[in-house]
Write a protein that binds this ligand. Structure first.
Ligand SMILES: *[C@@H]1O[C@H](CO)[C@@H](O)[C@H](O)[C@H]1NC(C)=O
Ligand SMILES: *[C@@H]1O[C@H](CO)[C@@H](O)[C@H](O)[C@H]1NC(C)=O
Ligand SMILES: *[C@@H]1O[C@H](CO)[C@@H](O)[C@H](O)[C@H]1NC(C)=O
Ligand SMILES: *[C@@H]1O[C@H](CO)[C@@H](O)[C@H](O)[C@H]1NC(C)=O
Ligand SMILES: *[C@@H]1O[C@H](CO)[C@@H](O)[C@H](O)[C@H]1NC(C)=O
Ligand SMILES: *[C@@H]1O[C@H](CO)[C@@H](O)[C@H](O)[C@H]1NC(C)=O
Length: 744
């Protein structure tokens, strides 16, 4: 009963689990194919080679990306994704959208249909399609081939009460005229139509449009009143319309609302901004402006930022800038200005920064501006600067005069406010006590890449208490180390906490022996005479330490060597002792064997018929017995009847030494072995040495003819016991290899 219940619970768990798995399966299937976010509200199925909407999309999805696929028909099942907010179907092959394609997508805000195959407006069903998406804000139709926005019929008009941004970049549109394409978009704010071969631009009417992008559009002509149809226009970008000529007579546009205008890379001959009284930022760089006549900006009182760089402006009249009462930033770099009329900047009471780099200015002149604080006059051809040049600039903080031809600074160049003076890459070779005398606020001074040779003095900066930064790199300093001033100035420049320059930037250029060295390297020993001696003692100490170290090393090596030798010697001695022992034993054995042989040799007398009793009686009496003779020889009471003669003990020694396991002879013998040996010893001839030498399997007995030096040609019969286990030495050979008799 209990078991059954457990089983029941089990099945319930299993079934619920399988349900969950089912549910998950559908979702994870899509997330296996596509990339989902954690809560699966964002699904990215881009670049999957899909031809239709992937199966298993959940209605929870808010963001769907099916771009870069092979979809040709607008997926009808999209209308089940009620919660969709962003839909990206760009880069597919869709050429039309059915009327009710976006039905139910009431939350959709972004629809990207860019890079598809739309060619006609009607194929979009533009009247109906967007009405089903009351929240749509952004529609991207770029990179399609609509070709025109001209004379649109009623049914070709996009109608959406909510759309704010319409993107029609790269749509091969050649013309906008006739009925305004924006007339059905009552809430439109941003219209982008960049990169179209737009030759005609007319009747773009929208009371709400704020931003219009018309860059790179081949425009050449715009009706003067064209912008008046766009009363809310704030931002107009028309750059890269190379044929768009704008001058005081041609294309003089006007817009009361416009605040931002970009007409860079066009054919602007005169800025002609009079029609934009509320303009804040004007970008007119890379154009053809040659001159700026008087009162050119008289109506642009709100302009704050004016960029007219990269033009051909050669002349400026003294009231050119009249009216620019709000301008803060003026860029006139990369022009051909040779002269700035003294009072011209005074017309801009808010000007704080002016860029005049890359012009033909030959002197700094006597600029006057009460507000100007940053001036860039780099890369001009300035060769002189008057001592009162900066006096008309009571707010000047930073002036960049780098990359000019200035060879001399006047004494007492004066400015009460100047902090940063950049004179890098000029031709300066001299400054003196009074050069910076009148620049009390000077904080940073750069003279990189000039021609100074004589080392400066700290007195040059006596009246510059705020000096923090000196950039002296790349000059031709002549290093006279004995000159006290050099050391003094070096300290002044590099000593913390008022360090002004890195010491590695101070390089000697002469005399010859120190070229390329830093001041410190060149003059180290001159400036630190004590260092030299300490250095010498240091060297001596170093040498001593080295010698001691070497000696210690040698001793150590010798010690190791001798200890190793000692070890080797003990091993050798041990080996010799063992050999000696073996030899001894052999000798004893031989002696014993000889004696036994002697004893066992049949007495030649035995070969004769025994004497008769009478003869015996007449024989001399024998004093000592054979056995007692044997005993005196061995000193032990072992009985040996056999006598063997194999190889000489010397041969055996050689053999055992060669095999390197002399220890095997005795040392590694197990107790079993020794027991056996004992047993054998008690037998007839059983010395294990004999056995060892006679262990050829299969041979139980053999006859050995023995040539003994001492006994003459005695044949001994040796009975060798062969039950001994094989020696380790033999184990080294393969099992089949049996020791041959010739080995011995
Ligand atoms: C999962 O998909 C199958 C068909 O593939 C469908 O029958 C089933 O209802 C789906 N389950 C859920 C929870 O969506
Ligand atoms: C969709 O995917 C494409 C390609 O991966 C990517 O470039 C694009 O930004 C994605 N769109 C959105 C809205 O995230
Ligand atoms: C969604 O659209 C279908 C037709 O495709 C319609 O039958 C259904 O009522 C709509 N659902 C909602 C919630 O609007
Ligand atoms: C639409 O898709 C294109 C191509 O994938 C992309 O470049 C563009 O930024 C997208 N538009 C929007 C509004 O996200
Ligand atoms: C200058 O701006 C005013 C509006 O501030 C405008 O009425 C006037 O026509 C403009 N002048 C020119 C020459 O466009
Ligand atoms: C610069 O001033 C210092 C200190 O006032 C003075 O010793 C030195 O002679 C002056 N150098 C010149 C060239 O006037």
């Amino acid at each position: 009963m209990f078991l059954l219940r457990i089983l029941g619970i089990f099945t319930i768990i299993l079934s619920t689990k399988s349900e969950i798995v089912d549910f998950d399966d559908n979702n994870s299937e899509i997330c296996y194919l596509c990339i989902c976010n954690v809560d699966k509200t964002s699904v990215d199925c881009s670049r999957r080679g899909l031809t239709n909407l992937p199966a298993g999309l959940n209605s929870k999805v808010k963001k769907l990306n099916i771009s870069n696929n092979e979809i040709t028909l607008f997926p009808s099942s999209l209308s089940t994704l009620y919660n969709l907010v962003s839909l990206d179907i760009s880069s597919n092959h869709i050429s039309d959208i059915p009327e009710n394609a976006l039905q139910n997508l009431t939350l959709l805000e972004v629809l990207n249909l860019s890079r598809n195959n739309f060619e006609t407006w009607i194929s979009l069903n533009p009247n109906e399609i967007l009405q089903q998406t009351p929240s749509l804000k952004i529609l991207d139709l770029s990179h399609n081939k609509f070709k025109t926005l001209a004379n649109l019929a009623n049914q070709e008009l996009l109608i959406s009460p909510s759309l704010e941004t319409l993107i029609l970049d790269n749509c091969q549109i050649e013309s906008i005229h006739g009925r305004s394409p924006l007339s059905g978009l009552i809430n439109i704010r941003v219209f982008k139509i960049n990169n179209n071969p737009l030759l005609r631009f007319q009747n773009l009417i929208s009371p709400t449009l704020k931003s219009l992008y018309l860059s790179n559009c081949k425009l050449s002509y715009i009706n003067p009143n064209e912008l008046s149809y766009l009363p809310s226009l704030v931002y107009l970008k028309m750059s890269h319309n190379y044929r768009l000529e704008i001058s005081s007579t041609v294309n003089t546009l006007s817009s009361v609302s416009l605040k931002y205008l970009d007409i860079s890379y066009c054919n602007v001959i005169q800025p002609s901004l009079k029609g934009f009284p509320n303009l804040r930022k004007a970008i007119i760089n890379h154009n053809m402006i040659r001159s700026l006549p008087s009162n050119e900006f008289i109506n642009n009182t709100k302009l704050e930022y004016l960029d007219m760089s990269y033009n051909n402006i050669g002349s400026i009249s003294s009231n050119t800038f009249r009216g620019l009462s709000s301008v803060k930033f003026l860029d006139l770099s990369w022009n051909e200005i040779a002269q700035i009329p003294e009072n011209s900047l005074l017309e801009m009471p808010s000007l704080t920064q002016i860029k005049l780099a890359r012009n033909y200015l030959t002197n700094v002149g006597h600029l006057k501006s009460t507000s100007l604080s940053i001036i860039d006059m780099s890369s001009c051809e300035i060769n002189s600067i008057g001592k009162d040049s900066l006096e008309g600039l009571p707010s000047l903080i930073d002036i960049d005069l780098s990359h000019n031809l200035i060879s001399r600074l006047p004494d007492s160049l004066s400015s009460n406010t100047l902090k940063y003076l950049n004179l890098n890459f000029n031709r300066l070779s001299y400054i003196g006590n009074y050069t910076f005398f009148m620049l009390p606020r000077l904080t940073g001074l750069g003279v990189v890449g000039n021609r100074f040779t004589i080392i400066w003095s700290r007195f040059y900066f006596q009246s510059n208490p705020y000096l923090e930064n000196l950039d002296l790199t790349d000059n031709m300093w002549r290093c006279d180390c004995l000159d006290e001033n050099m050391f003094d100035f070096y300290e002044y420049v590099t000593l913390e906490p008022n360090k002004k320059e890195e010491s590695y930037n101070l390089m000697c250029h002469s005399p010859l022996d120190v070229v390329g060295q830093t001041w410190l390297e060149a003059c180290y020993f001159t400036w630190n005479p004590s260092e030299r001696t300490t250095n010498a003692t240091n060297l001596i100490w170093f040498i001593i330490v080295m010698i001691v170290g070497l000696a210690l090393c040698l001793v150590l090596v010798n010690g190791i060597k001798s200890s190793m030798n000692r070890r080797l010697a003990t091993i050798q001695a041990e080996r010799e002792r063992q050999v000696e022992e073996a030899r001894d034993r052999l000798r004893q054995l031989r002696i014993r064997a000889e004696q036994e042989a002697l004893c066992n040799t049949p007495d030649p007398r035995d070969l004769i018929a025994p004497p008769t009793y009478d003869e015996a009686l007449s024989m001399p009496k024998l004093n000592v017995s054979c056995h007692s003779l044997n005993e005196t020889g061995s000193g032990k009471s072992r009985k040996k009847r056999g006598r063997r003669k194999t190889k000489s003990s010397g041969d055996l020694l050689e053999e055992t030494e060669r095999d390197g396991d002399i220890e095997d002879l005795e040392l590694t013998e197990t107790s079993v072995d020794s027991r056996r040996r004992c047993r054998r010893r008690s037998r007839k001839y059983g010395s294990h040495e004999i056995a060892e030498l006679d262990q050829s399997p299969g041979v139980r007995r053999r006859l050995m003819s023995d040539h003994d030096n001492e006994s003459d040609n005695v044949t001994v019969q040796v009975e060798a016991e062969l039950e001994r286990p094989q020696r380790p030495r033999n184990r080294r050979h393969s099992v089949t290899e049996v020791p041959r008799e010739s080995n011995f």
